[in-house]
Structure formats: C-alpha cells, structure tokens
Design a protein around this ligand. Structure first.
Ligand code: NDP
Ligand code: 2IT
Length: 453
C-alpha cells in the first residue's frame, strides 16, 4: 500500500473505533506529516507501527470520591493513559479540568510520545487527570481530592514505570498533596512525581522550564532566519505556569509581551505586562486576569463574551509574534489571518495543540512565517522533569544555572534536529514535518527492536 493510503487507512480506523475528535485531530497532524519517511522506509508499514502507535498500551479509569467542606460526597472520573513505553518509563502530566475525558487524554498522551522522544532523553508517553474542577474549591477540598485521586493512581505509577507531573489545573500545590499521599500509601520517597517542591526533591528551574524552553526554541528559530526577539512585541495567551514564564523569558530576551488571558477574557497592556503584578495575582492570590487589569493603569480588559464569534480576542492585538499558552484549539484560521494581517510573523506553541489544523496549514503556506509546533517548542517542561528524575535517582540537586544550561542545550538540539530532519525529507523550513519525523523515528525503531510485545 502507498504511504498515503496506509495513513488514511489508519486514520479511518480511529474514526471507526470511537468518536474522538481531538485525538483524531492530533493523530491526523502527526500521521499526515510522516508520509515522507513512510514512503522512504517500508519497514514501518511491515511492522504495523502506526496500527500499534494509535492504541495506548494501557488505559486506567477509576472513580474518585471525596468529601467537600459541607460533608457532601463528590464523585469524579480519574484516568491514566499509558500510551507508549518504547523509550522509557511512561511520562506526562495530569490535568484537572471539567473538560477532561478519554478523548482529550488520548490526544495529550499521543502528543507526549513524540515530544518526549524529541528531547533525546529516556521517556515514554502518558497523560492523566480528572474532570474535577479546581475553580472555587477550598484549600482543604483540593487536598482531599488530590489524596483521593492518588489512592487509585498510586497503584499504576512508580519511579521506573510511570512518572506523572503537572498540567492545566495541577501545579506545585497539587503535586505536593499527591506526593504526600503517594509516600504514605507506598512508603517510597522517590522520583515518582515531578514538579515537586524544592526542599523535597524538586528541581530548580522546573517551574520556569516550559515557558523558558519555548522562548529558547523561538530564539533558535528566528536566528536561523537571521532575525531575533529583541524589540519584538509579543501576544501571549493564558496566565498560568507556561504563560508566566514565557513572559519572564521574553523580557530577558529584550522582547515586549503585551497580553495575557484566561477563560473569562484577555488583557492588553500596551506598556508591557507587569510580571511582578501578574505573579502576585496568579501565584499568590490565585486570581483572574480581570484582577490584573483592575490593578494596572492603562491595561484594557475585554470579556470573552465580547469576542467576535468564533475567534479568540487575544489574537486581535497587533504583534510581531504569538505564544499560545492556554489550551487546545485556541487559535483558528480566522485568528491566524487576523494575526498575519496585523503583522505577526511567528507563532510558538507553549500549549498542546493550540492551533487548529487549518491554522497550521495557513502558517506553513506563508514563506515569511515561522511556526514552532508544540511538540518541539514546549518540550522544555517535560525535559526538565526528566532532569528532575535524574537528580532524584542520584539523590542530588543541581543549581538553577546548571539545569537552565541543560534546558537551553536541549531546546537548541530539538530545534536543530527538527530543522535538519525537515531538510533531509525535502520539506526545508517545515518544523511540523521535521519534529514529527524525528520524534517518530526513534520510537518506531525502538518498537521494532523490542519485537512484537
Ligand atoms: P495552568 O493551569 O497553569 O494555566 C492554564 C491557563 O490556560 C489559565 O490561564 C487558564 O485559564 C487557561 N485555560 C485553560 N483552559 C482554558 C480554556 N478551555 N479556555 C480558555 N483558557 C483556558 O496550566 P499550564 O500553564 O501548565 O498549561 C497551559 C498549556 O500548556 C496546556 O495546553 C498544557 O497542556 C501545556 N503545557 C504545560 C506544560 C507544563 O509544564 N505545565 C508543559 C507543556 C505544555 P482559566 O483559569 O480561566 O482556566
Ligand atoms: O504537556 C507536557 O509536556 C506537560 N504537561 C509536562 C509533563 C511532564 O511530565 O513534565
């Protein structure tokens, strides 16, 4: 069968098995870009690599019940999707958000396989989480939920088998409660979770890693085109972990980030986002971007319900480059057309799959546009998680500078590997093709080496 017929048959099999639109979207993006390598090397089809890759090795689903502050029972669904262990222990974050379902976690777990492979470090791919909504919950409710979630999760994770971390709705606080419960249940004090606190096994620079890594990647991408970040006006979406440290590193590189957002609206601060105020509101007070706007003269807040239908308001702000750092499908074809006509010439994805397939096609079709896809651009977080695992297994702690230096080197390598691979497969400049093929090749070759298991 030709490579393109093989790819279409596999995508068809996903549609037949289940109605999973976001997983199908993620699979379509990856599989379509693998055509050059699947045409050149028949072994992947002979060994049924795609048939295997689209099915998680294991899916764990469980009931989570916890008691709220009024003494009432609350029930949620918990998951861990262990997608691939070809390159190392399962690795990937946990998301707590009401939209979490199996489709969403399959998309995230699938992406994680190739992202983790690209880092060059030993890690398989996984994702997990719950449809629990942390918004409006008390500290005690968050703690009880995390403990109840870990009661089940602890049975399927371990320092050399599966190492979860944070994602949307799961940060240092939640990792702390989950680690405490894991330790109590198993008796192990080890590197089973990453993103831990600094005085109990965490790595310096893990908090900063995804945002910093995304900006390091962008710097490489722009340097290749003989450009730079200095003086560039940047639109950033989201206001969580990834957005905050993208903004911090953008300032360090001489750029000016002018926006932040959440699910209620966005802020345009033409003088540049006040980073200390943002950290105070989000990391200390756990507030909203509307609180930022209230505290900052000249910052303009627009509510989400005022956005033009079918668009994300944050992308209406004129900028040189955009960093989608909130969630999936937050940047569509209309958004990218608006960005482009307002002068935007690069996008680096801090979030997972923030751009729709149509938006990606638009960006790749423009000769004067630079697109850093999520798997490559946001891999700094998970890469630094693996550096945390290395420190835990040797019972050591490296300095901030040491970890940051390693992170920077990893991001340069990811860029170069993606760039060179795209060139090798006759798609020069297309980092989607480059990163997907480079990530795929390592995983697929390992699967062949391991035999049919
Ligand atoms: P946080 O929970 O810290 O922040 C998430 C931010 O995105 C919040 O501002 C949130 O707003 C916004 N957001 C979430 N869901 C939606 C939605 N449906 N619509 C609009 N806004 C939304 O998460 P992170 O910063 O850790 O994660 C952001 C993205 O980066 C995710 O795609 C994640 O998968 C990805 N990522 C994270 C890594 C990490 O190390 N943390 C590593 C690599 C990728 P609100 O408060 O209103 O929900
Ligand atoms: O999407 C991601 O790469 C993450 N949420 C980080 C995963 C990790 O294991 O650090």
């Amino acid at each position: 069968m030709s490579a393109s017929s093989y790819i279409n048959a596999i995508l068809e099999s996903i549609k037949i098995r289940a109605n999973e639109p976001v997983f199908l979207q993620a699979a379509t993006e990856v599989l379509k870009s693998l055509e050059p390598i699947l045409s050149a090397e028949k072994k992947y089809q002979e060994h049924a690599i795609l048939e295997q890759l689209i099915i998680p090795e294991k899916i764990h689903t469980f009931r989570v019940i916890y008691c709220d502050d009024k003494g009432k029972a609350n029930v949620n669904l918990g998951y861990r999707v262990q997608f691939s262990s070809a390159l190392g222990p399962y690795k990937g974050g946990l998301r707590f958000h009401p939209s979490v379902n199996l489709d969403l976690l399959k998309f995230l777990g699938f992406e994680q396989i190739f992202k983790n492979s690209l880092t060059g470090l030993m890690m398989g791919g996984a994702k997990g989480g719950s449809d629990f909504d942390p918004k409006g919950k008390s500290e005690a409710e968050i703690m009880r939920f995390c403990q109840a979630f870990m009661l089940n999760l602890s049975k399927v994770i371990g320092a050399t088998t599966d190492v979860p971390a944070g994602d949307i709705g799961v940060g240092g606080r939640e990792i702390g409660y989950m680690f405490g419960m894991y330790k109590k249940l198993t008796g192990f004090y080890d590197g089973t979770l990453t993103g831990k606190g600094l005085n109990w096994g965490g790595s310096l620079a893990r908090t900063e890693a995804t945002g910093y890594g995304c900006v390091y990647f962008t710097d490489e991408m722009l340097k290749k085109a003989k450009q730079g970040l200095e003086g560039k006006v940047c639109a950033v979406s989201g206001s969580g972990n990834v957005a905050i440290y993208t903004i911090e590193k953008l300032y360090q590189m001489g750029a000016k980030p002018v926006t932040i957002s959440d699910s209620n609206g966005f802020v345009y601060d033409k003088n540049g986002i006040d980073l200390e105020l943002l950290k105070e509101i989000k990391e200390v007070k756990r507030g909203r971007v509307s609180d930022y706007a209230k505290a900052r003269k000249d910052a303009v807040y627009t509510e989400a319900k005022a956005y033009k239908k079918g668009t994300n308001g944050v992308w209406s702000v004129p900028c040189d480059g955009a960093f989608p750092s909130a969630t999936q499908n937050e940047l569509n074809l209309e958004d990218i057309k608006t960005l482009y006509s307002n002068g935007c010439r690069f996008v680096s994805e801090g979030a997972n799959m923030p751009s729709t397939l149509e938006a990606i096609d638009f960006m790749l079709s423009k000769k004067d546009f630079h697109f850093g896809p999520a798997k490559a651009a946001n891999a700094g977080g998970v890469a630094t998680s693996q550096l945390e695992m290395q420190q835990n297994s040797s019972m050591s702690q490296w300095s901030f500078e040491e970890v940051d230096k390693k992170l920077h080197k990893i991001m340069k390598n990811i860029f170069n590997n993606s760039y060179e691979t795209a060139k090798e497969f006759k798609h020069a400049g297309n980092l989607v093709v480059g990163s997907n093929i480079a990530g795929f090749k390592k995983v697929a070759d390992a699967m062949i080496d391991h035999g049919y298991i």
